[in-house]
Design a binder for this molecule. Structure first.
Ligand SMILES: [Mg+2]
Length: 363
């Protein structure tokens, strides 16, 4: 059957954070989500990305034109057409986030036409996905840091939690000590968002590992510096893993990172790297490199595809996005004993957009 795409809509919503947030190289007080809806065959498919509001215009214009009339049953064909259509404007960055949201909406629509959950359509490698709590912003007081991290352990059963470091490197050993005390025997991860130099990263890695058993060092140096990441990875304590990949917009980005031996665990974000179609490509590449994959942010969007991806390690339960997903989408998952699992009674991503609740955030 050929079911044509009839309409495409996209709107941006800017949601203020619940307190100022910062990591090692960036600070923010709000987050913009672009929600896409694709209509065809009497159903509506839902997708979204975290990006700039200008992306909504790109989706409503050039990309809508590109997918209009195409077969809803073939999301990868639409994905290839969209990728070709943005060649001259630059495929990475904003355009990639726009394509990602539309691709997810097309997969969601296909699932709805078939009345299947996305995890089932793709084929499940697992029934549930482990999550790790993520936040611990460098703007937080010690009390805020303690209560947020302990909450993920006590309320959600997370085995691992991640905090930001790198804004004031001199204070990081103290902040890491505070965080470790708050989570007891659970494992602490740190994310520097590229804030350290290679030598600074190695000196701190020793302290973090020896004193606080930190097992995950994310972007110790800029993830654009592949040889720098490899340098740190090869010299940091053996029990500590190096991770990066959240700024990957295409398959070649992941190939270069993996070929460079820059990471122990590859991260990827489906809201940036091409939606379901792009995420599965990244997952196949990880499989071929014998490297685990970890999902970056947007947990409600990643849940079903994470069930399908081989070598999937865990999904980032990011404070900001968890808040927004629960505000805007019915069906956003709730953790149980450190896991989230797809609701197989609902088709697609299992999410319904709460349009009236979102209205006050419309950008
Ligand atoms: Mg990160």
């Amino acid at each position: 059957m050929h079911v044509p795409v009839e309409t495409v809509s996209a709107d941006a919503y800017t949601v203020p954070t619940d307190s100022p947030e910062a990591d090692g190289t960036f600070a923010w007080t709000s987050t913009t989500i672009i929600v896409v809806e694709v209509q065809g065959g009497g159903h509506i498919g839902l997708g979204y990305t975290y990006s700039d509001r200008s992306v909504a215009e790109l989706i409503r214009g050039k990309l809508a034109e590109c997918v209009h009339g195409r077969d809803v049953m073939d999301p990868p064909a639409a994905w290839r057409a969209m990728t070709r259509a943005v060649r001259n404007m630059g495929r990475d960055g904003l355009a990639a986030t726009a394509i990602s949201a539309l691709d997810v909406a097309l997969w969601d629509l296909k699932c709805k036409l078939l009345n299947l959950p996305l995890a089932q359509l793709l084929g499940r490698a697992r029934d549930a996905v482990p999550i790790y709590g993520s936040g611990g912003f460098t703007t937080y007081s010690d009390d805020q840091l303690r209560s947020q991290l302990a909450g993920w352990v006590e309320n959600d059963g997370c085995r691992w939690v991640k905090m930001k470091v790198g804004t004031q490197p001199d204070r990081d050993p103290h902040r890491v000590a505070v965080a470790k005390r708050a989570i007891g025997d659970r494992t602490l991860f740190v994310d520097a968002n590229g804030a350290y130099s290679a030598r600074q990263a190695l000196m701190l890695a020793e302290i973090f590992m020896q004193e606080h058993d930190v097992r995950w060092f994310e972007e110790p140096v800029s993830s654009d510096d592949l040889s720098g990441m490899r340098y740190v990875r090869e010299r940091q304590p053996l029990r500590m893993e190096l991770a990066a990949g959240e700024y990957g917009y295409d398959i070649d980005y992941f190939r270069r990172m993996l070929d460079a031996g820059a990471v122990d665990v590859q991260q990827a974000d489906a809201t940036r790297c091409g939606g379901v179609t792009g995420f599965l490509l990244a997952a196949a590449l990880c499989e071929a490199h014998h490297i685990d994959l970890s999902g970056h942010c947007a947990p409600a969007l990643h849940l079903h595809m994470a069930c399908a991806a081989p070598r999937f390690r865990h999904l980032e339960w990011f404070h900001d996005h968890v808040r927004i997903e629960h505000m805007l989408f019915d069906g956003a998952p709730a953790p149980d004993d450190g896991l989230i699992r797809p609701d197989l009674s609902r088709p697609g991503l299992g999410l319904d957009f709460k349009r009236s609740d979102a209205a006050r955030f419309k950008a």
